[in-house]
Design a binder for this molecule. Structure first.
Ligand SMILES: [Zn+2]
Length: 153
């Protein structure tokens, strides 16, 4: 702490510490009901959930059905092949991503299972076209496994 960083609160006049530094965040999320998804990534599979009552399908997977309220959902492996319906190049990044080069986020439509997957597109922006054939697959990142949209052809 440095005394020059002590300023007065505008409302109360109380001294407050004003500082700017990098923060590392540690967070914990309850994933018990969707942990099968992370197992799937380890197995090289992208898994989704489907409602046993009404058939609604979810990606990212949900442990309950927001269509009918049922908690009877089952895991399935959707056909990962589809096409890119839209994309955008991210060059103004959130702080936690500012060490990344510009990247592309898009939506892959998987027509066989009527799913839409929002994810990073693993291709140079100049080579990406709307309507291109793509596949959703596992991505290895520094912080673990995730999923992304890969070009096919
Ligand atoms: Zn349902």
């Amino acid at each position: 702490m440095n005394l020059s960083n002590i300023i007065k609160d505008k409302k109360t006049g109380d001294p407050i510490l004003h500082d700017l530094r990098e923060l590392r965040l540690k967070y914990e999320l309850p994933v018990g009901r969707v942990s099968r998804f992370f197992q799937g990534l380890e197995e090289g599979k992208i898994l989704a959930t489907r409602c046993r009552k009404c058939g609604a399908r979810y990606f990212p997977p949900q442990s309950w059905c927001s269509e009918c309220g049922s908690q009877e959902v089952e895991w399935f492996e959707p056909d990962p092949h589809g096409y890119l319906s839209t994309f955008t190049v991210i060059n103004v990044k959130p702080k936690s991503f500012n060490t990344f080069k510009d990247y592309v986020v898009g939506i892959a439509e998987l027509p066989k299972d009527e799913l839409k997957v929002l994810a990073w597109v693993m291709e140079e922006p100049s080579k990406i076209r709307v309507g291109a054939k793509v596949r959703v697959g596992v991505v290895k990142r520094e912080d673990g496994l995730s999923y992304g949209i890969f070009p096919e052809d």
